[in-house]
Design a protein around this ligand. Structure first.
Ligand code: HEM
Length: 397
């Protein structure tokens, strides 16, 4: 039988393994951008696209490149299809249902003061003069607490939010179908569903500005199964990205003291934020299913193939950025794809900017002006789908 793969002229790279992509993806992406920007990688069962123009083309053409990647076990993990795997009107309907909670006026009037208060509480608990891991002591719990309010589930503990998020991510990446991982997602789904039932009752009686309240109290609500699965996708995606973004930005600033000084002196936190997520995109890749035979850069791509758009690589494309491998907040302002592009563009973009660039970064350095990395050599970045430092030990002064 002739397979779709045999019909294409896309080069194959057998050398790339998942472990390489987890430990040091950027050297691979730099080589691919120069030598093979459209390449089949058998280890991930997909065709990788590493140039910014190609990732943009794919993500903006949703009719040709569907979000419903059949290779991911996401549906099994979430026990439903989430909005991230839908296209067209169906996707818009579910995205719009959550939209009131992400509205700029609501961010300014409601989330800004609340997140400032949360940041003050959590930063005031950090022990001055000691060395702590900012990953566990601050970045993860701060992201979790902010998210509970945005979603309308403040009854959830930080620890549960962090555990659910990781379990959902592990389940969505459980390509081998490991039963133990799905047993954990099943347990987490049951716990979340029970909590969401209680929270839905509360916001029905007392509507507020959360995403759950907007969805439950809508005139023509989407089905409860979809309300719940989309709250879950936000739990799966709303903790690790702000956490990893914050730790990456801090590492970039600590490694470049002149840039840190400029941030403090000239209030350049927005530039520090955008440059941090360009430099190491917290979500590195996204997949799309090819709906019709097509071509990219002259390579034939058959219907049924899955292409992986590597936004991490697009964000370091030499065609767009000088010296793209460096963290440099002084580089000329340029757009990037770390928040994605097209109809699935990150719904939490403005929230993330507010949480980190406008609230936490200035506050951390105001409280601890002499904060330092305890051991710069000990900071290790890791991850293929999601990427960030595994820990960030700092001395607080
Ligand atoms: C620095 C932080 C963040 C980064 C870098 C980031 C990145 C991304 C990216 C790349 C996508 C698109 C994935 C694709 O194309 O398949 C996405 C989607 C999404 N993000 Fe974020 N994200 C961040 C923070 C957040 C936060 C705080 C929330 C809050 C709930 C959030 C909610 C979402 C949602 C709901 C989607 C799906 C949108 C859709 O499918 O229409 N994100 N994010």
């Amino acid at each position: 039988m002739t397979t779709a793969a045999a019909l294409t002229n896309v080069p194959v790279d057998e050398t790339i393994q998942i472990s390489h992509l987890q430990s040091n993806p950027y050297a691979i992406y730099r080589r691919l951008r120069a030598e093979a920007p459209v390449v089949r990688v058998p280890a991930i069962k997909r065709i990788m696209l590493t140039k910014a123009a190609d990732t943009k083309f794919v993500k903006e053409n949703w009719e040709l490149f569907s979000s419903n990647d059949p290779l991911t076990p996401m549906k099994r993990a979430f026990l439903a299809d989430t909005l991230m795997r839908k296209d067209g009107e169906e996707h818009m309907r579910e995205r719009s249902a959550m939209a009131p909670a992400f509205n700029p006026k609501v961010i300014m009037g409601c989330w800004q003061p609340l997140y400032t208060q949360i940041a003050e509480d959590y930063i005031s608990r950090l022990p001055r003069g000691e060395t702590i891991d900012l990953f566990t002591a601050f970045a993860a719990p701060y992201a979790a607490r902010c998210l509970t309010h945005l979603l309308g589930i403040p009854e959830a503990s930080d620890a549960d939010m962090i555990r659910w998020s990781q379990v959902l991510i592990d389940g969505a990446g459980n390509f081998g179908g490991e039963p133990a991982l799905f047993a954990k997602t099943d347990k987490a789904n049951a716990e979340m569903d029970a909590l969401f039932d209680k929270c839905a009752e509360r916001v029905r009686a007392n509507p507020d500005q959360s995403a759950l309240s907007a969805m439950v109290n809508a005139e023509d609500p989407i089905p409860t199964s979809q309300i719940y699965s989309n709250v879950k996708i936000a739990i799966g995606g709303g903790i690790n990205e702000p956490r990893d973004a914050l730790l990456t930005i801090l590492y970039g600033l600590f490694s470049n003291p002149d840039q840190l000084e400029a941030c403090v002196k000239d209030n350049m936190w927005n530039a520090a934020f955008e440059e941090g997520i360009r430099w190491v995109a917290p979500i590195q890749v996204s997949s799309r299913l090819v709906m019709q035979d097509t071509e990219i850069r002259g390579y034939a791509i058959a219907k049924g193939e899955v292409v992986m758009t590597v936004q991490a690589s697009a964000c370091r494309d030499e065609e767009l950025y000088d010296d793209p491998e460096s963290y440099n907040i002084f580089r000329p302002k340029a757009s990037h794809q770390a928040f994605g592009i097209g109809p699935h563009f990150c719904q939490g973009t403005h929230i993330a900017r507010r949480m980190l660039a406008q609230i936490v970064l200035p506050m951390l350095f105001d409280r601890f002006p002499n904060m330092k990395l305890a051991d710069p050599e000990a900071v290790k970045f890791w991850g293929f789908g999601f990427r960030g430092p595994l820990s960030l030990p700092v001395t607080l002064n």
